[in-house]
Design a protein around this ligand. Sequence first.
Ligand code: UT7
Length: 352
Amino acid sequence: MSGIPPGPAGRAAVLCGVGGHLPERVVSNAELSARLETTDEWITTRTGIRNRRAAAPGEATSDLAVEAGRRALRAAGGEPADTVLVATVTPDRRCPATAPLVAARLGLTGAAAFDVSAVCTGFLYGLATAAGLIAAGVSERTLLIGADVYSSIVDPNDRTNAILFGDGAGAVVLRAGSADEPGAVGHFDLGSDGGAEEAILIAAGGSRSPVTEHTPRADRHFAMRGKEVYRHAVTRMTASAQATLAAAGWRPDDVDHLVAHQANLRILHSVADGLGVGRERCARHLTDVGNTGAASIPLALDDAHASGALTPGARVLLTGFGGGLTWGSCALRWPDLSPATGRRRAGGKDRR
Ligand code: UT7
């Protein structure tokens, strides 16, 4: 599926704030190597990841989402949002959605609030949803948060997945504006293939197979066919990003920043090579935080913005891939935002 046309008189969603939040605890490759059959060298060369963050016991997705959302709202000038979307596959509870709770904790009771479930593509699906709601005049200002606590679904003894995933939340604020101003989000490509559902899944715990005392341990945890997913990730993100480039009328050389879902550095490089975008223009936030699921793209944006890498007017191409299978891409010109969003960074320094 491609393209969300601008609404009446070119009305469109415009990105006006970004923020992020990571839990305090850093889990290094050395720590994982001490308790799993793996090594820093294997993890670094196969994935590019050196550290990831882990939520504290009792720290839930909404706790991270509220902090990220608060920072994005503040960065956007502090005006309240009328809509709150939370992209996640690790909601606080199976029922209800996490977004209404996040809205209430941000002082936004009364706002429309719901979760978006598209695994690691959740942020891009949420962005397209927010863009549609704003273009249609249903929302004036939407807070979109990508947040996941993968440590709650990954088996800590599963060396393949425990090394990849980290916890975190990233957020953006979108306001009603016009399609021709910097920050306008408008060129999208979204897709899915449910025929490959089993490549990434938690087998038990849904209506198909509720958890009982007989449910095997493996079926209660996140499972991924790594090699198969790797191939799909490269192919789908490359094709989706190409479709978005074509819709936006951009050539690969026009792309200043490629912000792809932060799953594996080798995947990022393959996508960049496939698109003809130089690897040096590729965000690589995963080195510090691993794969943070739906949080990965907004956290990478927040990191690039905070470091000054994203300058006003820069052409940014977002692309993501995840379970479902799902994929999606979006092109935007970076808006002129306030200088730093104040995410707590590695080493515990708060930039605000
Ligand atoms: O967010 C959704 C998107 N997710 C992704 O895109 C992830 C995609 N997949 C990947 O990133 C990679 O497939 C992995 C990082 C998961 C695995 O890397 P790989 O290069 O595809 O390794 P592999 O699965 O082919 O495994 C190679 C070997 C195997 O041993 P044998 O069979 O060759 O003896 C694995 O058992 O590496 C072994 N292995 C490990 N060794 C040390 C698997 N995990 C580990 C580990 N440490 N943590």
